[in-house]
Write a protein that binds this ligand. Structure first.
Ligand SMILES: [Zn+2]
Length: 249
């Protein structure tokens, strides 16, 4: 999510840090996650006609939907009007932005933070992501893919967000990117998830971005003139992720 050079990154990190140091680093949800509506249900009856083309199995995910009720949707719609000139919280994904969390390893620390809907840079809604992948490759489903999340300046109106659990631990964000690229279970899950979303929404590989390359996307737009000041998942990591996507059948 949020390592960067600017004050906004500091603000988000400070909020998360404050939550952690205040003893809120719960290892279990602080709310009751709703069952993901996108979790495929088993077919009601067998298909009457056997298919020769096997349908790929949807990826297993942990249902961890964060509260995203009418109030947060209104906040997202207002944000969209200011930034993109259209008042909507609905999403039809054209792109994917990959981030890393700059957080402890426990995925619920980050999920709880997103669930809290804390103001970012003084405005609501709080930041969030559609999916989160922990270090052992478990995928968490946080927000429906038809709903906008605030995760990358300029692309929230068109892009799904994927957060990968990783901290810079005092190193550069490039170092953190490399830790992710070398962590096989997490990368396998990331490539599989991106591949599934690409297929589901016809998203080309050159529209798979990192937060550090978001400004270069052809649909980047921000009416307030803002640009991303975050460097998580930079150009080298994006190139490697795209290479692995292209190499995956
Ligand atoms: Zn980010």
């Amino acid at each position: 999510m949020h390592p960067g050079r600017g004050a906004r990154a500091t603000t988000v990190a400070a909020v998360l840090l404050a939550a952690l140091t205040a003893g809120c680093a719960a290892v279990t949800p602080t709310w009751t996650p709703r069952t993901a509506s996108s979790t495929p249900a088993p077919p009601a009856s067998p298909s009457p006609t056997p298919s020769t083309t096997p349908t790929p199995s949807p990826l297993a995910m942990v249902a961890a939907r964060i509260p995203y009720g009418p109030e947060r949707r209104e906040q997202m719609a207002d944000y969209s009007l200011r930034r993109y000139g259209e008042r909507s919280a609905d999403l039809m994904p054209h792109a994917i932005v990959v981030h890393f969390t700059e957080s402890p390893d426990d995925p619920w620390v980050t999920i709880n933070f997103f669930a809290g809907n804390q103001p970012n840079a003084g405005t609501l809604p709080g930041v969030c992501t559609h999916f989160l992948i922990d270090k052992v490759g478990t995928i968490y489903d946080l927000v429906a893919t038809d709903t906008r999340c605030r995760h990358a300046v300029g692309l929230n109106h068109v892009a799904l967000g994927i957060e990968v659990v990783q901290s810079t631990e005092g190193h550069s964000s490039h170092w953190a990117d490399d830790q992710i690229l070398a962590r096989q279970p997490q990368m396998d899950a990331l490539i599989a998830l991106i591949g599934q979303l690409q297929q589901q929404f016809s998203i080309p590989t050159d529209r798979v971005q990192g937060h550090g390359t978001a400004d270069t996307d052809p649909e980047f737009k921000d009416l307030t003139g803002m640009r991303n000041d975050h460097t998580d998942i930079g150009p080298d990591a994006v190139a490697e992720i795209r290479r692995r996507l292209e190499a995956t059948p």
